[in-house]
Design a protein. Structure first.
Length: 198
């Protein structure tokens, strides 16, 4: 359990660092560099909620609850780092993300987050078979489409809180991103059936 928790926190830290580079660079270059986070998660075997949701047996769902909370703790660590290297670009890009999440309805967050989940599972599915292009293309795809990723969002929300920009709406937005990601993560094995190799 100790190793599981530490690797889940580590996954959150990695995604948080990826989120930081996206905030600093922005646009397509930032989205491409974000892929470093997921590449490291797969390389290290870290416990990432969106990397495991589509592969764990459904009965192990409670494990995912612990995982997402530990991922969020790792994102908080990354946010502590980000607080000291924030600049105008970080502030502007973070404000845009927060605005888009706050203005979205719960069903919009649910549906768009499912798109991220599907992309994440397919990216990790490729990495499990030693094909890494799905990660290099998939991560920028969901970012450039504006699809929410619950772990990356945990980093953005943590950074916003450290900057004194907290709102209770964040918990609702994060919840629907978590649920939507989970649904999307499971779409590949639902559609692929027996061809899906967990």
């Amino acid at each position: 359990m100790k190793n599981f928790l530490s690797m889940a926190v580590f996954a959150g830290l990695l995604i948080g660092i990826a989120g930081l580079v996206y905030l600093r660079v922005g646009g397509l270059p930032g989205a491409i560099l974000f892929a470093f986070g997921l590449l490291c998660v797969c390389m290290c075997g870290a416990q990432l909620y969106t990397g495991k949701s589509g592969f764990l047996p459904y009965k192990e769902f409670p494990k995912l609850v612990i995982m997402i909370l530990a991922n969020a703790a790792g994102c908080l660590l990354a946010a502590c780092i980000a607080k000291y290297v924030s600049n105008d670009a970080v502030t502007a890009n973070l404000a845009n993300i927060l605005s888009s999440r706050q203005s979205a309805s719960w069903h919009s967050l649910l549906v768009t987050s499912s798109g991220t989940g599907m992309i994440m599972t397919l990216a990790v599915y490729g990495a499990r078979q030693k094909h890494y292009l799905p990660i290099l293309f998939g991560v920028p795809v969901f970012i450039m489409c504006g699809l929410p990723h619950c772990v990356a969002d945990a980093f953005y929300y943590a950074l916003a809180a450290l900057q004194g920009n907290w709102g209770w709406w964040i918990l609702g937005a994060w919840f629907w991103a978590i649920v939507g990601n989970y649904i999307g993560c499971n779409l590949p094995r639902i559609f692929m059936g027996d061809k899906f190799e967990a």
